[in-house]
Design a protein around this ligand. Structure first.
Ligand code: COA
Ligand code: AMP
Length: 630
């Protein structure tokens, strides 16, 4: 099968195409409705089918004889721990933890928030929710209490699952104080918190609320899988939008299982029994899809790595893991390789390890800049595949189908649309643009399986944010172009979302934190280019009249606020005090122009601008501070 045939069929006959892919799953009840509309008029895949995602990931694999195969290789250089968990062992733990959740009142449709570091119990908790038909919402362990609180309030979980600590290289971070603070800040209170005690820190458990993981597991009865509908939610994953309030991306069970299982072979060319490693975190979408669900749905062994690309202990860490578990395909963010290249430009560390198992390297999460692509290509001698995706889709929108027909690679391009995604480049009015013309990257509806059907509890936000701008299309928020061969180049966000070391952040969210400082009258946060992290946020701040404060002092205070209210991973380090911010006559800050300045693009001075000299003034300040991309 050629890529073109596979892709064409998915676009011309989507229902036939996806019905065929759905045959690969052991449904309790096969779907009759392949594509239907829900109460919001939104397209839904396999709505009337019945299945259980944890059954497909575990029980079904054991039934097929994979009980003794390793499901998870847990590798934690930060605790000097290695552990192999077979499919049969994982099934046992998941069924027992599902029993624990059941005992604390969790049933089908109830929400469970999981705030954990990269430990196998995080995967157990996710799959246990899936087993009961409950909806998990994993919150990245780097988020500060305020962010955890806003997710608790939105998801309204019955139970919260956590651990006593996370470990950042050599720094142990106790989680219990963060958890307590988040619960105090939140209006909603979970009935129970189940806490995994790690040997590095013992959390003080609160009577009548907190439960020890091990004790609960020891007393638990295993629970069976609960059948859910294809359209029932599997999880909510919060991501940054253009405002401070995070968006709860909803993932269904049916479309997700079908798309992810298909992707494991079609995109990644993985077969049952082989080892796949996504070097991400379970708190991000890459972790959900390619550390946990897809590898297990496809009968692979997955690597769960609690460490960094560098410093744990050195720039050879990734190569060591590939060697030790005979990893066939590695998936990581470009920033991880920029960090490795910075410490080991000549790739000396590679000489210490046997990378003969590695057949392909996949990268996503941010643009793979051509210099990094070339370094990887020269260094590794395996295909380096950039693929573009979003939390909203749960899998790649554009990529190079290594399991169908690998196409020639072009540096800087995420190659071609993945089957099911009808990708168009449009101007602001929705007109199709020609080759090499940069515009809005949009996907013609219907979206394929696994893509979000709504924002949790707020369909209107989904409609307004993605579907309203160009009728008939999902607007991705990314800009880019296609070349004459149809290759897609994703060039960056067209909205107020920035990407810091592969982590998605909203500038609006950062601005809310800065604006809370007593000295700040107004502010704008923009992403400026960074050679390691892709982008880093910089705050442009206007002081209130009469306030006198040194820039360095204000910067220190604002940096501290962001670390406490969002998290250190936002890498907010730089503040510039400005005399005015460029605005329209109606008072809106000209963010697009600021983005253009920071990106080193030619900026136009809009006719609606209040004070035409304000933009060149900001451009001069940023140039003076070396903040404009070359
Ligand atoms: N819990 C608590 N704190 C965390 C954290 C977590 N899970 N993750 C990051 N942080 C903190 C770090 O400790 C650090 O704090 P510090 O400022 O006090 O030192 C800060 O956030 C920044 O951390 P990090 O982003 O790891 O930056 P770094 O400069 O230490 O390392 C990289 C740079 C490139 C190695 C690192 O950013 C990285 O591995 N990025 C890949 C990200 C990724 O895989 N994304 C998934 C997308 S697919
Ligand atoms: P997230 O939802 O956190 O996965 O972030 C999604 C955003 O990351 C996208 O909208 C893009 O802006 C960016 N992104 C992800 N993958 C790529 C890629 N391969 N090339 C360019 N940008 C990417």
């Amino acid at each position: 099968m050629s890529y073109a045939d596979e892709y064409q069929r998915s676009i011309e006959e989507p229902q036939v195409f996806w019905a065929e892919k759905a045959e690969a799953l052991a449904w309790y009840k096969k779907p009759k409705q392949i594509l239907s509309q829900d109460e919001n008029g939104m397209d839904r895949w396999f709505a009337d089918g019945e299945l259980n995602t944890a059954y497909l990931a575990l029980d079904c694999q054991v039934e097929q004889g994979r009980g003794d195969q390793v499901a998870i290789y847990y590798d934690s250089p930060v605790t000097d721990t290695r552990q192999q968990i077979t499919y049969a062992e994982l099934l046992d733990q998941v069924a027992r933890f599902a029993g624990v959740l059941l005992r604390y009142g969790v049933g089908k449709g109830d929400r469970v928030v999981i705030y954990m570091p990269m430990v196998p119990q995080a995967v157990v908790a996710m799959l246990a929710c899936a087993r009961l038909g409950a909806v998990h919402s994993v919150v990245f362990g780097g988020f500060a209490p305020q962010e955890l609180a806003s997710r608790i309030d939105d998801a309204q979980p019955k139970v919260l699952v956590s651990a006593s600590c996370g470990i950042e290289v050599e720094r142990v971070i106790p989680y219990q104080p963060l958890l307590n603070q988040a619960i105090e800040l939140a209006a909603h209170t979970p009935q129970t918190c189940i806490v995994l005690q790690r040997s590095q820190v013992t959390a003080d458990l609160r009577a009548n609320r907190d439960v020890d993981w091990e004790q609960a597991m020891a007393a638990a009865e295993p629970a069976d899988c609960v059948a859910v509908k294809g359209s029932d939610p599997l999880y909510i994953l919060y991501t940054s939008g253009t405002t401070g309030k995070p968006k709860g991306v909803v993932r269904d069970n049916g479309g997700h299982a079908v798309a992810l299982k298909y992707s494991m072979k079609a995109i990644y060319d993985m077969n049952p029994g082989e080892v796949f490693w996504a070097a991400s975190d379970v708190g991000w979408v890459v972790g959900h899809s390619y550390i946990v669900y897809a590898p297990l749905l496809a009968g692979l062994s997955t690597v769960l790595y609690e460490g960094k690309p560098v410093k744990t202990p050195d720039a050879g860490a990734f190569w060591r893991v590939v060697q030790d578990y005979r990893v066939k395909a590695l998936f990581a963010a470009p920033t991880a390789f920029r960090a490795i290249r910075k410490e080991d430009p000549g790739a000396e560390c590679l000489n210490c390890y046997d990378l003969s198992s590695l057949q392909t390297l996949f990268v996503a999460g941010e643009r793979l800049d051509p210099p990094t692509w070339h370094w990887l290509d020269d260094t590794l001698g395996v295909p380096v595949i950039d693929h573009w995706w979003q939390t909203e889709t749960g899998w790649a929108i554009c990529g190079n189908l290594m399991g169908v027909e690998p196409l020639p690679i072009k540096a800087g391009s995420a190659t071609m649309p993945v089957p099911g995604f009808d990708v168009h480049i449009l101007d602001d009015s929705g007109n199709e643009l020609g080759p090499e013309q940069q515009g809005i990257v949009a996907i013609r509806l219907p979206l394929p399986p696994s893509c979000l059907p709504t924002i949790w509890g707020d369909f209107e936000r989904f409609r307004e944010g993605y579907l309203e701008e160009i009728p008939g299309y999902y607007v991705s928020g990314d800009g880019g172009y296609k070349d004459a061969d149809g290759y897609v180049f994703i060039m960056g966000r067209t909205d107020d979302v920035i990407n810091v070391a592969g982590h998605r952040l909203s500038t609006g969210q950062l601005e809310e934190v800065l604006a809370g400082h007593a000295a700040v009258a107004e502010c704008a946060v923009i992403g400026v280019a960074d050679s390691l992290k892709g982008q880093i946020p910089v705050g442009l701040v206007l002081l209130k009249d009469g306030v006198e404060i040194e820039e360095q002092d204000l910067q220190a205070q604002l940096v501290d606020r962001v670390r406490r209210e969002i998290g250190a991973f936002a890498c907010f380090q730089r503040v510039l005090i400005v005399k005015r911010l460029p605005k329209t006559r109606s008072g809106k800050i000209l963010r697009k122009s600021l983005r253009q300045i920071a990106a080193g693009e030619d900026y136009t001075i809009p006719s609606t601008i209040d004070d035409p000299s304000s933009l060149p003034e900001i451009a001069a300040i940023m140039r003076e501070h070396g903040m404009i991309a070359a």
